[in-house]
Design a protein. Structure first.
Length: 73
């Protein structure tokens, strides 16, 4: 099923809002840890890769939403 541009934009806006929320998978008690704070190279690498993936997706989402520019919400 092909979505119309307005429906596509709505889905992309929801995904963008989700990705713009802070998130982490590692904590020190209640405090979220950044990748740079982890001693375990495998956990640090997983967070580093996740961060890069999210950044690339954010760029794509923003570019795609801009290309759908005239679509009403």
């Amino acid at each position: 099923m092909l979505l119309l541009p307005a429906a596509q934009a709505a889905v992309l806006r929801r995904r963008l809002a989700f990705l713009e929320e802070p998130a982490t998978f590692s904590y020190d008690g209640d405090r979220p840890l950044r990748a740079e704070e982890l001693d375990d190279p495998f956990r640090r690498d997983a967070l580093t890769i996740a961060r890069a993936t999210s950044r690339a997706e954010l760029v794509w989402l923003r570019d795609t939403l801009a290309s759908l520019g005239g679509v009403s919400r």
